[in-house]
Design a protein around this ligand. Structure first.
Ligand code: X2X
Length: 344
């Protein structure tokens, strides 16, 4: 793509359809002028500079190119169509065709999707991908398809291991979480986990998180380090405590009926490129995480490492693992434990 460079694109402020962007700069102008046969809408809540949106742009461009301009997917990043709660309603109704959403937020609709977010379960990416590309991911995708108007594509995208930032103190031990006004995404598991630490979790959609931190509605939040940078949370947060308390991903969700009404070859083409983009984004996030500490320290953030053992012990004493083992059931819980070891 000659003239539509990554920099011009990011300056654009919103992601255009592949056809429009490519029409502006791509050599195959013949099909770019063609009227697409399938015009689809894809929403997500991340900044356009996040690797997830960079790879999503490549994905829609590849789909447009390989379909000779017949498939146009317009991307709406940064919650442009509404916050996660609103957009979840839109994809359920079919007003939006695709939506990238954390399995833990999806848990507000389908409880068992939250299994991948159990606190301190995953210790490393070998465990994550062994589970999410294996039996646990398959079980969660099946429960999504069986219990909603949605379906999830095979490869989950990576959000990363979540850490805690605050404006007022470093977090070293569970005692530091007591009474902390902590923003969490809308999900029963998130609230339950931080109540287990006697924190004061407050449910706020990501779209409203920066302003909530700026106005001190919340003193802290928890997100992967790459999002602290891409969402510029360092502007309103001072301390970054490397808790790695949860791994989180993003399911590429489709409205099941609308997607299955597309011709089989169109479905296959979209899934091929979406799954490939997920694999590329996973690699991007690992690379990005290597140098991001220096970047954030350069922005004035103060880092500290954390020993996770006391945090896991506290959750155990609070009955968190017991509660969610009961909620998810023995079969799903043992699928998780077969990937990460015993949590009880
Ligand atoms: O809302 C969040 O914190 C985010 C962006 O990480 C998710 O979508 C779960």
């Amino acid at each position: 793509m000659s003239n539509v460079t990554r920099r011009n694109f990011i300056k654009a402020g919103s992601l255009l359809t592949a056809a429009t962007a490519l029409g502006a700069g791509y050599s195959h102008s013949a099909w770019a002028a063609k009227r697409p046969k399938f015009r689809l809408k894809y929403a997500n809540n991340l900044p356009i500079s996040h690797p997830m949106n960079i790879r999503a742009k490549e994905m829609v461009e590849a789909i447009a190119a390989e379909s000779d301009g017949e498939i146009e997917i317009r991307i709406y990043p940064s919650s442009q169509l509404g916050n996660d709660t609103d957009t979840l309603a839109q994809i359920r109704s079919g007003a939006v065709d695709f939506f990238m959403l954390s399995p833990i937020i999806l848990g507000s609709l389908i409880t068992n999707t939250q299994i991948s977010g159990v606190g301190f379960a995953f210790q490393n990416y070998d465990q994550v991908w062994g589970a999410m590309d294996g039996d646990l991911g398959a079980a969660v995708r099946q429960t999504i398809e069986d219990n909603s108007s949605l379906m999830a594509f095979e490869k989950i995208w990576d959000n990363g291991f979540r850490i805690i930032t605050t404006s007022n103190k470093a977090i070293y031990t569970p005692a530091d979480l007591v009474g902390l006004k902590l923003r969490v995404p809308p999900s029963p598991l998130w609230t339950s986990m931080f109540r287990g630490f006697d924190a004061a979790p407050t449910t706020i959609n990501f779209a409203e998180t920066y302003s909530a931190l700026q106005t001190k509605i919340a003193d802290g939040q928890e997100n992967p380090i790459t999002l602290v940078e891409s969402a510029k949370l360092y502007e309103v947060q001072k301390y970054l405590s490397v808790t790695n308390h949860m791994w989180d991903g993003f399911w590429f969700l489709a409205n099941k009926n609308k997607f299955k009404q597309l011709p089989d070859d169109v479905q296959a083409l979209i899934q091929k490129h979406a799954n490939q983009a997920a694999m590329n984004e996973r690699a991007d996030l690992v690379q990005l995480s290597l140098n991001i500490k220096a970047t954030l320290e350069g922005q004035g953030m103060v880092f500290n490492d954390v020993d996770s053992t006391p945090f896991r012990d506290k959750l155990r004493q609070a009955g968190f693992y017991e509660e969610w083992h009961k909620t998810f059931g023995n079969e799903l819980w043992s699928t998780l434990e077969s990937a990460v070891g015993s949590l009880s």
